[in-house]
Design a protein around this ligand. Sequence first.
Ligand code: ADP
Length: 267
Amino acid sequence: RRGACFKAMLDRVQRLFFTQQRLIGDVSHELRTPLTTIQGNVELLQRMASAPAADASPRVQEYAQLLSETLTEVQVETERMSTMVADLLLLAQADSGELKLQCTPVEVDPLLLDVYRQARRLAEHYKGPHGLEIRLGSEDQALVLGDHDKLRQVILNLVENAIKYTPVGGAVTLGLTHENGWVKVAVQDTGIGIRPEQQALIFDRFYRTDKARSRAFGGSGLGLSIAQSIAHAHQGRITVESTLGEGSTFILWLPEKRDVEGNSARP
Ligand code: ADP
């Protein structure tokens, strides 16, 4: 009897879980349309506010300026919501096993080079010119089977975090190596680091080690959970090693694509 009772409870929990999963997927899908409408209208208002009639009174000019500033804030927040909705949709798809990957052979070395260039732009954006040093470490050649754009998104996410959480004067190093059939993409920083007890939690949804600081950077705490979902969808994973106050190394592990004879697919 106790067994039956337990089973009924488990069934209920599982039903609840599925209902919640569906809800997240449906709600984020439904939010997209009104959000797009709001963004469109704000943009229109912004254009009207930024061009008041030349003969408008100083008072009207002043209002227009104020309106324009307010609308810019609305724009930033709706942009943030849009990103979050897209992220939630992606997570809901990953949960229900519907994450669609466009799998092709992907050369990881040129992909890393592309991310490296983007990283230099991001570093300048967040930390100013020469604020951070962006380096390329070991750079093997590597081929994996995967979704080029989603893999780029994952690596870029790790790089963006490394840049955000490293103070001016620090360095971020990208590297690409092989190990026992695995391709390892490493993003190493000399930043603030993560406490041991928090290292497993940072892959949870909405988890941020420091809510105030992370929000100042526009983070929602969804980035790493999405990156981990995408890594799992590629039969890979993301691991982290970190020392508080010294820095962190995030590694994306992907199965190496090999030819029929079991050799590495490229020399
Ligand atoms: P967020 O959008 O807040 O950056 P993430 O899911 O990308 O969310 O990361 C979760 C949390 O993990 C961050 O809020 C931050 O506290 C921590 N974190 C991620 N990357 C790093 C890093 N390179 N150095 C220090 N802390 C990090």
